[in-house]
Design a protein around this ligand. Sequence first.
Ligand SMILES: CC(C)(COP(=O)(O)OP(=O)(O)OC[C@H]1O[C@@H](n2cnc3c(N)ncnc32)[C@H](O)[C@@H]1OP(=O)(O)O)[C@@H](O)C(=O)NCCC(=O)NCCS
Length: 164
Amino acid sequence: MAQSVEHAQSEPTLEIVLMSRTHVDEVLDIERESFANPWRRRDFEYALDRSNGFAIVAHQSALAVGYAIGFFVRGEFHLASLAVRRGLRQRGLGAALLSRVIEVARERGARVVTLEVRMSNASAISLYEKAGFSRIAIREDYYSHPPEDALVMMKTLRDNPWGP
Ligand SMILES: CC(C)(COP(=O)(O)OP(=O)(O)OC[C@H]1O[C@@H](n2cnc3c(N)ncnc32)[C@H](O)[C@@H]1OP(=O)(O)O)[C@@H](O)C(=O)NCCC(=O)NCCS
C-alpha cells in the first residue's frame, strides 16, 4: 500500500479525519520516525481521552500519512505535535494538517494557536511561519534527548485576541 502511494503519478486523495484509538498504531510509527523523544501509546491515549483534546489523522489510500494533536485551554489551542510520514514529506501534507488545525481552532472559538518547536527545526519553523505564526519567546532547555531550547510560536485568530 505504501509503495503505491510513493510511486503514484498523481497524488492520491487526501482525507483528514478525527484520530481515534484505532489509529494509534500507525500514528506511533510516524511519531517514532519523526522525533528523538517520541510520545508513547499511553500519551496518545491520554490525549484522546481528554475532553479538551483534539487530534486528526491524514490518510492517503488508507495509509495514515500524518497527524496533529493538541489541547484547547481556555481561549488557546496548544498544538502539541504534528508530523508527516518521512517518505511523504515536502508534498503539502504538513501544511494541509496545519490548515485544518487552524480552521477547527477558529471554529471552536480559540483566540490563538500556540506551539513549541526545537530551535534547530528549520522545516517546521518555516511551515509555521508560512501559516502566519510569529516567534514570541524562547524557552531555555525545554527539550531533552538531545537538550535544546524551544522557540514558542503563536498565531492569533482574531484582530484583538486579548479583548472581550
Ligand atoms: C515539519 C513537517 C511536519 C513538515 O511537513 P511536510 O509535509 O514536509 O510540509 P509541507 O510539504 O506541507 O511544506 C510546507 C512548508 O514547510 C516548510 N518545509 C517543509 N519541509 C521543509 C524542508 N525540508 N526544508 C525547509 N522547509 C521545509 C516549507 O516552508 C514548506 O513550504 P514550501 O513547500 O512552500 O517550501 C515534517 O517535516 C515532519 O513531520 N517533521 C518531523 C516532525 C516535526 O518536526 N514536527 C514538528 C514538531 S513542532
